[in-house]
Ligand binder design. Structure first.
Ligand code: BG6
Length: 607
């Protein structure tokens, strides 16, 4: 999805806009642009590429205190300078930036063409600028020009609009997040809270259908019907300022090594050692609801879906009720039966992923209660669910998720324990697990201080045409996450498969020297996993083995990487670490853009 930033105040707009884009760049970085009102005209500068490319085309300064900015993740139209935002009407009376998808834009484009208005770009967004300009020409006020345009749209938008010779901004939200930051005599607009905390902690999350008119130092909000809307001020936690890179080489490196502390933040105050259970106050789940729940359904995309799958297995193992994980984009189209007594968990780092949001709305429509397992405080999913668990990873800036994954798994482990303890999990079992969880951050630190022969693994991976990841049980899902990481970062085709199933097909992929990653913690499935290891080795594979420290199977790997021994239910929190590092260092060695991998975005707010 895209990043939007806007400013109206007493400071020079350009540097504020550029810094806002830098903090939003992880949302999408195909192309980028700014428009600033310099008192005579609205200057627009835009280019393919990232903030650094934009800076290379910008003038040293533009004297103006009103502007809008955009960083794009292409949905409609290629990655070209013409398709970059901001977009403007032919006569320059309207300039805007947009995040979302206008589903009926082709017919709107045709009706513009009939009126002699031709678009310069392939985008849906540009159509909106022309439509608003035509309304202004008919004598409409800016707000009315925007409202009458929006009423003709089908789709999603986060919009920030400026008008020639008018000292104002108009913003609108429908499906794509947009937040207003209220400063002293100045107002900011952003797609998410990260960039705002540098200027203010007082923000207003626009809701779907809201349209805000911003003047110097003040703003008011109306609904699409023109009714006044009372702004709901949220005070952001300062920790949500952008985590500076510091002396780390990449955000991903930094965030991998933040995992022990992030995990401590996630666990803090949520473990009841005495009763051997979890305490997730934010879910507001009483014991009778937990006891009566017929089953649990979990939702997520990408890495979040894999965290959900691990949670699913732990919920079944400890809660002894059925649990199912759904890929959000599938769930919402499959007419799933919703049982209002069931527990639904929406797992999302950003809290803005459109597919997961749509799935939540579907469940709520049918009477289900959805709990968010979310990182970004105040995000759309957090507010849509109302109840849930903040995973407290801190800002995760790298597109590939790491510390959010381990914290999602930890939060779901605590939930599974709480659920289990209302049923068949004994106090001793609960105590053992919760105590082990509290020791896990230290075990992570121990591993990260001595990561083993990662560089030897990287040498095998860099040469690979494809890589097979194998595991069983919890490790089968860890294998999926490891494969996703390597694909996302190094652009190497990967396949993750349950180790027991590999012989029914994927084994055909193996050639002499094919790298195969085998995840074999010392759990009840290890011996069977080793069978798969022997099968692939018999066919010439080079095995990268992830195993527990001191385990004799170390001799079986061509490259063996040891992680500290941990409670069997917690092995994903340790075995995922070498997989993250392998992906990271392979990407570095291949010269990839580690924090901004090609074609990806941090979270996708379009379906
Ligand atoms: C993808 C990201 O776009 O969205 C993944 O690249 C992420 O890292 C997935 O796991 C889901 O995002 P979220 O914010 O809902 O966890």
């Amino acid at each position: 999805m895209c990043g939007i930033f806007g400013y109206l105040g007493h400071q020079q707009a350009l540097p504020i806009l550029v810094e806002g884009l830098r903090r939003l760049e992880y949302r999408g970085y195909d192309s980028i642009g700014v428009a600033v009102d310099d008192g005579e005209t609205i200057q627009t500068h835009k280019t393919v590429g990232k903030v650094s490319d934009l800076k290379s085309i910008l003038p040293a300064s533009i004297d103006g205190t009103l502007g809008i900015a955009h960083t794009r993740w292409a949905t409609h139209g290629g990655v070209t300078q013409a398709n970059a935002h901001p977009h403007a009407s032919e006569n320059g009376t309207v300039h805007l930036v947009h995040n979302g998808i206008i589903e009926n834009f082709q017919q709107l484009r045709k009706s513009l063409s009939k009126r002699g208005v031709e678009c310069k770009s392939e985008t849906d967004s540009e159509v909106l600028a022309h439509m608003m300009a035509l309304e202004l020409e008919k004598g409409a006020e800016p707000l009315d020009a925007v409202l009458s345009t929006l009423r003709r749209l089908r789709g999603t938008w986060g919009l920030c609009i400026m008008f020639k010779e008018l000292d104002m901004l108009v913003c609108a939200r429908n499906g794509s997040p947009l937040i207003i930051g209220q400063g002293e005599g100045e107002t900011f607009v952003s797609s998410d809270p990260h960039p705002l905390t540098a200027h203010t902690q007082r923000v207003v999350y626009l809701e779907d259908g809201d349209v805000a008119v911003i003047h110097r130092g003040s703003f008011n909000i109306t609904s699409m019907k023109g009714h006044s809307v009372e702004p709901n001020i949220t005070v952001l936690d300062e920790a949500w300022g952008e985590a500076e890179l510091g002396d780390a080489p990449h955000y991903m490196y930094k965030e991998i090594h933040e995992q022990p502390d992030a995990l401590r933040q996630c666990i803090a105050g949520r473990v009841d050692r005495e009763m051997g259970t979890g305490r997730l106050g934010g879910m507001g789940l009483d014991h009778s609801t937990l006891i009566q729940a017929p089953h649990v359904r979990l939702l997520g995309c990408g890495t979040a879906a894999y965290a959900a799958q691990i949670g699913q297995m732990l919920i079944e193992k400890m809660g002894r009720i059925p649990a199912v994980t759904h890929i959000s984009s599938e769930f919402r189209n499959n007419d799933t039966v919703i049982n209002p007594k069931a527990i639904y968990l929406a797992v999302s780092q950003s809290g803005e992923t459109a597919d997961t949001i749509s799935a939540i709305k579907e469940i709520k429509l049918k009477g289900g209660q959805v709990f968010g397992v979310v990182n970004v405080v105040g995000s759309t999913i957090a507010r849509l669910c109302g109840k849930g668990v903040y995973i407290h990873s801190g800002p995760e800036q790298s597109v590939a998720s790491t510390k959010a994954f381990t914290n999602m798994v930890a939060a779901l482990t605590i939930f599974a324990t709480q659920l289990g303890r209302t049923r068949h999990l004994s106090k001793d079992e609960g105590r053992e697990l919760m105590q082990a969880l509290q020791q896990t951050p230290h075990l992570m630190e121990t591993y990260l201080e001595d990561i083993g022969p990662i560089d030897e693994a990287v040498s095998l991976l860099c040469e690979a045409n494809s890589v097979l990841f194998l595991g069983r049980g919890l490790s089968a899902t860890v294998a999926k996450e490891g494969a996703l990481k390597l694909m996302e970062l190094a652009y190497i085709p990967c396949l993750a498969y349950p180790a027991g199933e590999m012989k029914h097909g994927p084994i055909a992929l193996l050639e002499e020297g094919s790298p195969v990653v085998v995840i074999a913690p010392n759990d009840h499935l290890k011996e069977k996993t080793m069978s798969a290891l022997h099968e692939v080795k018999a066919r010439g594979a080079k095995v990268i083995l992830i195993h527990e420290q001191g385990d004799a199977i170390a001799s079986e790997g061509d490259v063996s990487i040891a992680v500290p021994a941990v409670h069997p239910a917690l092995t994903p929190l340790l075995t995922v670490l070498p997989l993250q590092l392998m992906a990271y260092y392979t990407a570095v060695r291949l010269g990839r853009d580690v924090d901004r991998p090609r074609n990806l975005a941090k979270s996708v707010t379009v379906e």
